[in-house]
Design a protein around this ligand. Structure first.
Ligand code: ADP
Length: 329
């Protein structure tokens, strides 16, 4: 089998560890791996990762040290052309031309949509690996990159708390998550934040203002509210404006963590998850699987139809939301 592997969409720490596992598992079981650079755009451009002999074939040593490296060594991209029938047909032709039998895309729901569309034009097989910091994919407890992103956000919020305490201030810290509150909720829990605003729940500014008064009466000297960028009110700046309109003190500060959360060395959890999933994706392909995503749920490797990853919403654990509320006293 000749397997094409690539990273697509938003980059996530751990993607390199996943590529490494794909390469090592595939080669050790007698298969070949072609690294496709810059996601679907690189596929359309026939932009392959070249080894030391300028051949488009990854070797065992090509991926030395990749498990600890942040970013995407194969690079990533967003590719509008892949959303067109012409683009998909062209990609299918290129895969056939290069004798690629199977693909392992590492990405999020957009990437998997693209893969499902491609399978309408192409006769090969696809097993995806969930690579996104948002943890917004069903079929796996955690996605590659989520653990590192939360770790980065927690380190940042801990530092902000120090200055918040010194000046007795309230901070609204915006974290990533356009459609999902996972990063916000996990960061809030880990940091002992006083509140979280996420797309999954209604953000009631009136009750936040009331709650802030109660906390002040109880002697709270600093307040941290973690806001997901995709909160229906529009993020931390919008929340600050709404709170100001309700008479909250203007000493409230907004910090947007932004792309900081995408970078850095992957956490041990992400390295291990990525290694497991890359290895499992190759095994699944060898056993004939296609149109599915490799995941780990409750410690067990599992396959989920790619279609489900972009049609079904991953629920936030309600008990964690309740826990945050209980502890933010
Ligand atoms: P992620 O995979 O992180 O969700 P994107 O949503 O940007 O990131 O998707 C990555 C790429 O997948 C897009 O740039 C595009 O090339 C491809 N893609 C996304 N949606 C579709 C679609 N509906 N049809 C075909 N390709 C798509």
């Amino acid at each position: 089998m000749r397997i094409g592997v690539f990273c697509s969409g938003g980059d996530a720490p751990g993607m390199n560890a996943c590529v490494r596992a794909v390469v090592r598992r595939a080669i050790s079981s007698g298969h070949e791996v072609v690294g496709i650079q810059r996601g679907y755009q690189g596929l359309l451009d026939e932009d392959f990762y070249l080894n030391a002999d300028r051949e488009p074939r990854m070797r065992l040593r090509t991926v030395s040290g990749w498990s600890r490296q942040g970013g995407a060594r194969l690079r990533s991209s967003r590719c509008p052309a892949f959303r067109t029938e012409e683009g998909l047909a062209k990609a299918a032709g290129i895969l056939d031309k290069h004798g690629i039998d199977a693909l392992i895309p590492i990405g999020g729901d957009g990437t998997f949509r693209g893969a499902v569309d491609l399978l309408r034009h192409w006769d090969g097989r696809v097993v995806g690996c969930p690579g996104t910091i948002d943890n917004d994919l069903i079929g796996t407890d955690f996605t590659i990159g989520f653990s590192t992103a939360v770790q980065t956000a927690v380190e940042a919020v801990d530092k902000i708390r120090d200055t918040a305490e010194s000046h007795e201030r309230m901070f609204l810290v915006e974290v990533m998550g356009r459609h999902s509150g996972y990063i916000a909720l996990y960061t809030a829990l880990a940091c002992g934040a006083e509140g979280v605003c996420i797309p999954e729940t209604f953000t009631d500014v009136g009750s936040i203002a009331e709650q802030l008064k109660v906390l002040e009466q109880r002697g709270k000297t600093s307040v941290m509210i973690i806001v997901a960028e995709g909160d229906e009110r529009g993020g931390a700046a919008a929340l600050q404006r709404a709170l100001n309109e309700l008479g909250q003190p203007s000493a409230t500060r907004v910090v947007v963590l932004g792309h900081l959360q995408r970078g850095g060395c992957p956490s041990p959890e992400d390295r291990i998850l990525a290694s497991r999933l890359g290895d499992f994706a190759v095994t699944a392909l060898r056993e004939g699987a296609s149109g599915v995503m490799a995941g780990v749920s409750a410690g067990i490797n599992s396959l989920t139809p790619l279609q489900d990853t972009f049609t079904l919403h991953k629920e936030l654990p309600a008990e964690l939301l309740e826990l945050l509320e209980t502890l933010a006293m």
